[in-house]
Design a protein around this ligand. Structure first.
Ligand SMILES: [Zn+2]
Ligand SMILES: [Zn+2]
Length: 368
């Protein structure tokens, strides 16, 4: 629908206030270079103040906002990372109690997402499974269904498990080789995460999805070899969260931040793997009893039509509660008349780097 305004950005990023390599202004410049409209910096267990705002240079501008990635540092392993946005305050002291963390975040008017929910152990770099493990919770806003760095870690772990090479040097060389071309190994969100999301949706929950870089700009050292895994700008061209807003951003930070945060919380958004092709033109709408977009909740009515418009010909799947209800290949449109209520979401897959990759993962349209 032409009266919605599209913006893209990344909402999981680390600076040198935690374990990232660069500071806000430098990261903002890399986001501008990658063409992003907004970024949210989420340092580990520190809410950094005084840095939010528009950052500009001769190539453009980007809105930088501050969130926080909170986890319990006394937990072993230090898993269950929580992404808090819009709470406007330090939340780290609530880390030992995930439910309190969720309640504090949402109680302060913010939104909270479970970061990289499914991970593998990667002994090669002494990185344990940092997925979400504390499931006795409720009320969170959504899931980070695709985290590029976590996807890559999982791809390396899966490859090494398959090869069964116990030799540390051989494993290190395989890992290093893979870091030269991560795009060959990252294929899409973890299937377990999508299945979990579908399970929540089938139980009638509203669960919004986001997708991010988890950029650190970290140098990786393997003996004498050193490589940045991966530069911020590279990652800002990979997995992003795209939003549709009912009015344009106007340059007023408080106004623009509120619009964006609400869109993330309501799921007026999709996760796009922009490295395989820009996902900016994607739209998913419903027309019938009323008109709605991605993330909207509409009364179910006979004759309502769900419409998908992809930015290029691709495989399009319309999914309800984990079941593919309609699928087309090498098409850029799909129309479907649902014959039951439920949460309907869209996946688009596209060939890239020699195989079909996950490209677009939309939030659902909820027909109640
Ligand atoms: Zn994390
Ligand atoms: Zn992180």
């Amino acid at each position: 629908m032409s009266d919605w305004h599209h913006y893209s950005g990344n909402m999981h990023i680390h600076t040198s206030y935690s374990d990232g390599e660069k500071l806000h202004a430098e990261i903002a410049a890399e986001a501008i270079a990658a063409g992003l409209d907004y970024i949210i910096v989420t340092d580990h267990n520190v809410y950094v103040t005084g840095v939010e705002g528009y950052y500009e240079n001769e190539h453009g501008r980007v809105l930088l906002m501050t969130g926080e990635e909170v986890h319990n540092v006394r937990r072993q392993p230090q898993a269950s990372h929580f992404l808090a946005y819009g709470a406007g305050k330090e939340l780290a002291r609530h880390a030992p109690d995930p439910q309190a963390l969720i309640d504090e975040t949402l109680g302060a008017g913010g939104y909270g997402f479970l970061a990289h929910p499914h991970e593998r152990d990667l002994p090669l770099i002494d990185s344990p499974d940092l997925g979400w493990h504390d499931w006795d919770i409720e009320g969170f806003s959504g899931l980070e269904i695709w985290n590029y760095m976590s996807s890559f870690k999982n791809a390396v772990a899966a490859r090494l498990e398959k090869l069964r090479w116990k030799n540390k040097l051989v494993s290190a060389l395989v890992g290093l080789w893979m870091t030269l071309h991560p795009e060959r190994y990252v294929t899409g969100p973890e299937p377990e995460t999508l299945a979990l999301w579908d399970d929540f949706l089938s139980r009638g929950m509203r669960v919004a999805a986001i997708g991010n870089s988890d950029a650190h700009g970290t140098p990786m050292r393997l003996g004498p070899l050193r490589r940045i895994v991966y530069p911020y700008e590279f990652l800002f061209r990979a997995v992003n969260t795209h939003v549709l807003l009912p009015e344009p951003l106007n340059g007023d930070m408080a106004h623009d931040r509120a619009l964006l945060l609400r869109a993330f919380g309501r799921g007026h958004s999709w996760v796009g793997y922009d490295m395989a092709g820009s996902t900016a033109g994607f739209r998913f709408t419903v027309q019938g009893v009323g008109r709605g977009i991605i993330g909207d909740e509409m009364p179910y009515g006979l004759g309502a039509t769900l419409q998908v418009k992809a930015p290029a010909r691709c495989r399009i799947r319309l999914i309800r509660h984990g079941k593919v209800m309609a699928e087309v290949e090498r098409e850029s449109n799909l129309a479907y008349i649902p014959d039951e209520p439920g949460a309907y979401r869209v996946e688009c897959l596209i060939p890239y780097e020699g195989r079909e990759r996950g490209w677009i993962y939309s939030n659902p349209i909820y027909l109640r």
